[in-house]
Design a protein around this ligand. Structure first.
Ligand code: DGL
Length: 271
């Protein structure tokens, strides 16, 4: 049975704390929603894992979020969205609505970039899956998508390396790749990348639209909640943050992603 209470929490998950950029956008747009965040820090990065491994982790996390009564589950990770969305949708079908970070971005691109060249950067898993290219072609055949795997960026950001000389050089090396030549827009297809959006914008100096999915995902969630009478309109929200492996370093970094340092609770995926 689908949960129909407005006060039920929104579940949000990622391989680690990068998905907090999506949680932050949800908190901004939907300030009364209760939220349960799960970062699978014991298994990050997902970007280098097989599809089967990510599917197994995602099912386990969905179980945790369903047991906590979530009305919606947001997959706040491109790698997990590309590897496990279809499976999770089937798995949680009657118990919760499931939202990924790819479809709202694909909708934005197909509406606004017809006839344009669009670039994309993301993890190896996301790029190798070809999911953005397939979905964009389904929506509009007149858009060319050039994708580049940028596997150093997520660990670099997790280590707090951004807005400095090292991050500038790594970002520039990637963005100078001929694959991304002559693009009109660049999709940040990893939920860690909003933290380097400013650096990417300054690399392009206004020549390229830099698109991150956190706001469009929050808007898509808002639409679903309104259409289904599930929007929580009042009250002080409660937020809980779980990780499958706790370290002080993860906790210290939460402030960068959520714009406020939060307390992480350990919740192992396998007991
Ligand atoms: N946040 C993940 C994503 O959006 C990337 C990090 C990882 O590789 O686990 O793909």
């Amino acid at each position: 049975m689908m949960i129909k209470e407005e006060s039920a929490p929104i579940g949000v998950f990622d391989s680690g704390i990068g998905g907090l950029t999506v949680a932050q956008a949800i908190r901004q747009l939907l300030p009364h929603e209760n939220m349960i965040y799960f970062g699978d820090t014991a298994h990050l990065p997902y970007g280098d894992k097989s599809e089967a491994a990510i599917q197994a982790y995602s099912i386990k996390i969905a179980d945790v979020l369903l047991r906590k009564g979530c009305k919606v589950i947001v997959i706040a990770c491109n790698s997990a969205s590309s590897a496990a969305y279809e499976l999770l949708k089937e798995y949680v079908r009657k118990d919760a609505y499931i939202l990924n970070v790819i479809d709202p971005m694909v909708a934005l691109i197909t509406h606004h970039y017809a006839g344009k060249n669009v670039g994309l950067i993301g993890t190896k898993r996301t790029v190798q899956s070809g999911i953005y290219a397939n979905k964009i072609t389904e929506g509009n055949q007149n858009i060319s998508l050039q994708s580049l795997a940028t596997p150093l960026l997520a660990p670099m950001i997790e280590e707090g390396f951004f807005n400095n000389q090292i991050s500038h050089e790594i970002i520039a090396q990637y963005l100078e790749d001929p694959i991304l030549k002559d693009i009109d827009a660049l999709v940040l297809a990893c939920t860690h990348y909003p933290l380097i959006k400013k650096e990417i914008n300054s690399f392009y100096n206004g020549r390229v639209d830099v698109l991150d999915s956190s706001i469009v995902v929050a808007e898509s969630l808002q639409n679903y909640l309104i259409e289904n009478d599930l929007l929580n309109r009042t009250g002080q929200p409660k937020h809980h943050f779980f990780v499958s492996d706790y370290t002080e370093a993860f906790e210290a970094s939460t402030g960068l992603f959520f714009q406020e340092k939060v307390t992480l609770e350990r919740h192992p995926l396998w007991n």
